[in-house]
Design a binder for this molecule. Sequence first.
Ligand SMILES: C[S@@+](CC[C@H](N)C(=O)[O-])C[C@H]1O[C@@H](n2cnc3c(N)ncnc32)[C@H](O)[C@@H]1O
Ligand code: SF4
Length: 454
Amino acid sequence: MTSLHQQLLLKYDVPLPRYTSYPTVPYWEPQTLTPDVWKQAFTHRFVAEKGQMSLYIHLPFCENLCTFCACNKRITKNHAVEEPYIAALVSEWQMYRQLMPYPPVLHEIHLGGGTPTFFSAQNLYKLLAAITHQAQVLHNHEFSVEVHPNYTRYEHLETLAGIGFKRISLGVQDFDPLVQFTINRVQTFDQTKAVVDWATKLGFEGINIDLVYGLPKQQVSSVEHTVELITRLRPHRIAFYSYAHVPWKSKVQRRYTDADLPNALEKWNMYERGRQLLTQAGYKAIGMDHFALPNDKLFVAEAAGNMHRNFMGYTTTATKLLVGLGASAIGDTWEAFAQNEKEVEKYELLVSQNQLPITTGHLLTNEDLLIRKHILELMCTGKTTLQPDVLPPAFLESVFEKLQPLQADELVALTGTTLSVLPKGATFIRNISACLDARMWRKQAQGNMFSKAI
Ligand SMILES: C[S@@+](CC[C@H](N)C(=O)[O-])C[C@H]1O[C@@H](n2cnc3c(N)ncnc32)[C@H](O)[C@@H]1O
Ligand code: SF4
């Protein structure tokens, strides 16, 4: 790598949001979103979308704590937690059903976690039967689930396939034994392969595998080994995430310290080597952190300019109504965001009191809506046109000023008011998006909020 590229890395490796929403969560103004405002926003959008919606269901339990994990999870081996949690999810859904003037049309259901397959196949069936009861399911629906191969049985996938699940995402991260020990996540290739084989046999059409680079004790050679093994399985898609080091979020006893983490340059080398190997194996880089084969739906959506991004990351479906069920889940009505209580017990208590368990949210202003559109376009298509007749002149002036150093470094090009991400800028898409983040300029991040951009 050239020393010029090294300089860019050092310059742009600063803490920034991942822009799965705009405004990003730390800049929400919770006072703008009372439960009544949320209910109104939900009903308004429900009618505007003729009942069509996506559902995200958060299933937070995991049997084992992976110490690198930044997700909202609850570690337990006690499976007695399953039934009360499912009952709370169904009650929460009933509260939304009461707000709907007619039955919903389900486009997307995503079971995320935590580890959804912590729950027995019977309990997952019970949950999904209650959710889809008297609801219409679109013929081209997208039902997907995240699984940890160590805690997934054939019966889980058989049950989910029977309900119409066609997409599955398996967590792997890295196969190096030292990295696995360090992050407390020991998982063999054979276990992973068994789940991929079951999913293929059961007709799953979209198999994704999550890998992470920049983990403690990880080296370029561990990435090479992991990518070599994974590409043998030919998953349709591979998420190659940058390790988000957010120790303030996950205050756990770790087997690693900051000294065990690769520096920005080492991390970049891991990404570069992974990218090269994935490309050689026939995968194309999509969006910020995905690689896909031509038979993958995200590949097709990106090629057609139809890719979208929401709280779940990149998606192929564009619905303006996302309902989030479960502890910490986030909902989006396009004009408003709401996030549920994160603690399982408090979440269950609020639902048992017949209250929507929302604890924070944000009502988008006109400025937010405009900026969100441009950031989404940048993240999904690498291009956006800033309209001087719509955007305030002072805002545009600031954007152009902030873009100047990125133009000089050939990360972006400005042609008139059209902003395009150049090939060198693809890795710096978070930095480019931040040039439009008016809320962040106004109130610069106080303390630790985001992981670093690279
Ligand atoms: C809910 S987990 C996936 C399902 C299952 N719990 C598992 O671990 O296999 C979601 C994914 O988020 C990613 N992830 C979690 N913590 C992360 C972090 N600190 N940095 C980057 N990616 C992370 C991992 O790739 C992980 O597979
Ligand atoms: S990585 Fe997955 S299994 Fe591990 S703690 Fe996080 S959510 Fe649970």
